[in-house]
Design a protein around this ligand. Structure first.
Ligand SMILES: O=C(O)c1ccccc1N[C@@H]1O[C@H](COP(=O)(O)O)[C@@H](O)[C@H]1O
Length: 212
């Protein structure tokens, strides 16, 4: 399991970035979504991203973004990947990918077997797929809720694109999640926090340790 790559999402302070980098994260996520307790401004994210060493990818997470938001982010922030976490259509994903020339990871929410067809639809247009839990109806956020889905739904699945497992992962359950699903990449946000938006160094270390 030691070669599983980890994305730690929702970083908003220099300490968060340092803890994630020192622990060995391969991707760092910065959330641009006003309702999120992890929301950062373009100026904040730009300052944080500039401190990230080479080899660690900086991911801008956006939800149904318009071009103005993406223009603003990409104008100043050194971004390596865009994470689309809303209801973006396959056409919009393709348009964003072409316009910004950046790899795009599309989040697909899974609640039941019927949702798996969406992974295949987005594989055609995205560079990576984030296989996440579908947020409960009426939830304030489209992600970052700490809710897992039934991992058996994707046990033994093979997709053409690289994919990441997300949704309710924690230091306690990530080992089982990886064993069951065969994921080679995982994404965590609330599972390494002591309170919403507050990353915890010990939990970040424990999460990475659980994968060794
Ligand atoms: O983290 C957020 O606040 C967030 C806001 C809007 C969309 C997605 C968000 N987070 C992403 O959700 C998944 C799962 O998070 P968790 O580990 O269950 O807390 C993860 O990909 C985050 O990047």
């Amino acid at each position: 399991m030691s070669d599983v790559q980890v994305k730690i999402c929702g970083l908003s302070t220099p300490d968060h970035v340092r803890w994630a980098v020192d622990a060995g994260a391969r991707y760092l996520g910065f959330v641009f979504f006003a309702k999120s307790p992890r929301n950062v401004s373009v100026a904040q994210a730009t300052a944080l991203a500039r401190e990230v060493p080479p080899g660690v990818a900086k991911v801008a997470l956006v939800v149904d973004p318009d071009d103005a938001l993406l223009d603003g982010i990409t104008a100043t922030m050194p971004v390596d990947m865009l994470q689309l976490h809303g209801a973006e259509s396959p056409e919009r994903v393709a348009e964003i990918r072409a316009r910004y020339g950046l790899p795009v990871m599309k989040a697909v929410g899974i609640a039941g077997a019927a949702d798996l067809a969406k992974v295949e639809a987005y594989e055609m247009v995205a560079d990576q797929i984030l296989v996440d839990a579908k947020p409960p109806k009426g939830a304030d956020l489209p992600g970052g809720m700490g809710v897992p889905f039934d991992w058996q739904l994707i046990a033994g699945r093979h997709w053409q694109r690289p994919w990441m497992l997300a949704g309710g992962l924690t230091p306690k359950n990530v080992g089982l999640a990886v064993r069951l699903t065969g994921a080679r990449q995982v994404d965590v946000s609330s599972g390494v926090e002591s309170a919403p938006g507050v990353k915890d160094e010990g939990l970040i270390r424990a999460f990475m340790e659980a994968l060794r």
